[in-house]
Ligand binder design. Structure first.
Ligand SMILES: [Zn+2]
Length: 425
């Protein structure tokens, strides 16, 4: 199928266009530190309007759905069996310029390239520019992509903005969302017409930098089980007067629990299991506690992430049983909140292979990684749509203004996607 003589990443003009778009959107959405492209808010709308104006310059067709997501394509009417490329255009407050935007610009460059080179892929292609992926603004993630499949609840719509208290429903209405359709949980896209969904995204972890891989193909997206608040209750007392055997120290009990869970993590990992554990909140009540007071209570969060739902289930069971043991041994009591579950999502094996083949044929390492962070791609995968992702090496992590994606690495991801699309049968 391929009619391209030179790989996309070797053409200087398309790299120059990429740099121009990244720089211009960065300038339009600059904050005191980094960029701010608020979900269903100002910076996101400015960026989406910029993409629409640019699409008009290139003569692309533009559509909007009821959730105010935008679609760009080379043909006016695409119905059956098309490949959807997409990512989100919002950012966290004072975030970096590449998280989300890289995938949007990648898709845009593909359309530009196909048009310029007059290449017709065997399947038509649409670019989807998604809104509202970042949970930092309203505490809810993937709002734009969940809306496509009627997955937004009234509770989601009632959630409030992190600082000004505005309801999400109001912000969505102000951004042009047809709220009645979202409330009725109408599907906005026919999933049977989508052959595959592909998302390019910066890696938000350190693996690609560590391994010196410019890009990698994603095998799956980790799901997570989350406890926001687990309470461990012991008995407070004077630190000098109570001997060890009479103590019910909540901090020692909590620390014991974390050590035991770390041992389980180690065992699971040694047996080839995929898992990461975090207790990001862990504290006594600072107002009551003192240096010389045995802590009577701690509050902590507990999050497990894995590509494998049975690992998450097993871990949840281990957490509960270890708490029971520690209760008996240390005389404390654990009180659990409800666990909030987000299912893992698998990338499609056939798509993974095709992406690896494309990467390989361009001379890039044939490598794959799991995604530790959640992405819009997970929503598509969990709808049964064949899904694939390409990660781009990115130093300094993400969700901060120091993201460091090299444009050469980015161009390799676009080139891989272009090859994949040209070879797709
Ligand atoms: Zn992202």
């Amino acid at each position: 199928m391929s009619k391209n003589t030179m790989p996309l990443h070797k053409e200087a003009w398309i790299e120059e266009l990429a740099i121009k778009i990244f720089n211009e959107i960065e300038a339009l959405t600059k904050d005191k530190v980094g960029v701010s492209r608020e979900s269903y808010g100002k910076g996101e709308t400015i960026s989406i309007n910029y993409m629409i104006d640019l699409a008009k310059e290139f003569g692309f067709y533009i559509q909007k759905d009821a959730a105010a997501n935008v679609y760009l394509s080379l043909e006016q009417s695409i119905k059956n069996n098309y490949i959807l490329i997409g990512s989100h255009i919002d950012s966290v407050p004072q975030g970096g310029n590449f998280d989300g935007l890289a995938g949007v610009i990648a898709g845009f460059l593909i359309l530009v390239y196909l048009k310029e080179k007059k290449v017709k892929t065997s399947l038509p292609i649409k670019l989807l520019v998604l809104r509202g992926e970042e949970s930092a603004w309203y505490g809810k993630n993937c709002i734009g992509s969940k809306a496509l499949f009627g997955l937004i609840s009234q509770e989601d719509l009632n959630s409030t903005h992190r600082s000004n208290g505005k309801e999400l429903s109001k912000a969505m209405t102000e951004s042009g969302v047809k709220l009645d359709q979202i409330r009725k949980c109408k599907t906005l896209i026919n999933k049977n017409e989508i052959e595959a969904f592909i998302e390019i995204h910066i890696e938000q972890g350190p693996i690609l930098v560590d391994k010196n891989w410019p890009i990698a193909i994603v095998t799956g997206i980790r799901g997570n089980y989350r406890h926001h608040k687990i309470r461990c209750k012991g008995t407070a007392g004077h630190s000098g007067t109570i001997p060890r055997y009479l103590r019910k120290d909540a901090v020692f009990a909590g620390a014991d629990l974390i050590t035991r869970m770390d041992d389980h993590w180690n065992t699971i990992e040694q047996h080839g299991g995929d898992l990461v554990l975090t207790s990001g909140i862990f504290h006594t009540d600072v107002d009551n506690q003192a240096m010389s007071r045995i802590p009577g209570e701690i509050l902590f969060s507990f999050e497990s992430r894995s590509q494998d739902i049975s690992t998450l289930d097993a871990l949840e069971g281990l957490l509960r049983s270890e708490c029971k043991t520690i209760e008996r041994e240390k005389g404390v009591c654990f009180e659990f909140d409800n666990v909030i579950k987000s299912d893992p999502a698998e990338c499609n094996p056939e798509i993974i292979k095709k992406l690896l083949d494309a990467s390989d044929s361009l001379g890039f390492p044939r490598v794959s990684v799991a995604s530790g962070a959640t992405h819009d791609a997970a929503i598509f995968s969990n709808q049964g749509i064949k899904t694939g992702m390409i990660f781009i090496r990115n130093d300094k992590g993400s969700h901060n203004p120091d993201e460091r994606m090299e444009i050469k690495d980015f161009m390799k991801s676009v080139s891989t996607l272009n090859k994949f699309l040209n070879d797709y049968e």
